[in-house]
Ligand binder design. Structure first.
Ligand SMILES: [Zn+2]
Length: 223
């Protein structure tokens, strides 16, 4: 009897900790009222999203939330999806991509190294948040971004943010629902949108948060 009770407790913990709230808030206060499109991930690269629908962006690892230009001009808030700690951020990149601007162009791949900044790419220092098999690793991102670390080995990343909008610094404790930036179009971006990713078990280990017949077990959001 006692053993059963303990097992139930252990099973319940991961579910509660991996709950994620919606990562944007429209100028009218709604979650989705300003969005014109939601593009779902295709993490396994089979060409289908969690709802078994064909995707236009094969093997895309994030959810793209696309607001109207008017709402982006007014300010679409990017919201921490879970409490945790900010680990990486960038706030100084040009944010009207695509455009004829050096910070809208790809970096030269052979120049990529720790702390590299070129084109729309900026890379972290060496050795931060490496997995055991990745000693001396570093991480590169596109445009302005925030990466948060949560409990249970969960991370979330928020890309293409507006220049000067990032409201967190690395090491800062973050509450769920806290505004961390504004939707923009910095980096490798075809227009204003939030690229939102959920990682589990380490950095750049994406999982699909969306439920569906072709979704992953343990997904948490209804389409
Ligand atoms: Zn995206």
């Amino acid at each position: 009897m006692g053993k059963c009770f303990l097992a139930m407790i252990f099973l319940a913990i991961p579910t509660a900790a991996t709950e994620l709230t919606w990562p944007v808030r429209c100028p009218d206060g709604s979650e989705r009222g300003c969005l014109t499109n939601i593009s779902y991930p295709d993490i396994d690269g089979d060409g289908h999203d969690s709802g078994c629908t064909l995707v236009s962006n094969r093997a895309h690892t994030g959810t793209d939330l696309v607001p109207t230009q008017n709402s982006v001009d007014a300010g679409v808030a990017v919201i921490a999806a879970s409490p945790g700690k900010a680990i990486f951020m960038q706030d100084e990149m040009y944010d009207q991509c695509p455009a004829d601007h050096p910070e809208c162009l790809p970096a030269s791949r052979r120049k990529i190294r720790p702390n590299y900044q070129g084109g729309y790419t900026s890379c972290t220092a060496q050795g931060q948040y490496c997995r055991e098999d990745q000693q001396g690793c570093f991480w590169c991102f596109s445009g302005n971004y925030v990466v948060l670390e949560h409990e249970e080995g969960i991370f979330t990343s928020y890309l293409h943010l507006k220049k000067g909008s990032v409201a967190v610094t690395p090491g800062q404790t973050i509450e769920a629902g806290q505004q961390i930036g504004l939707v923009g179009s910095s980096g490798n971006s075809e227009g204003p949108h939030l690229h939102f990713e959920v990682w589990k078990g380490g950095l750049f280990k994406p999982v699909d948060p969306w439920r569906g017949d072709c979704g992953e077990p343990g997904a948490i959001w209804d389409r």
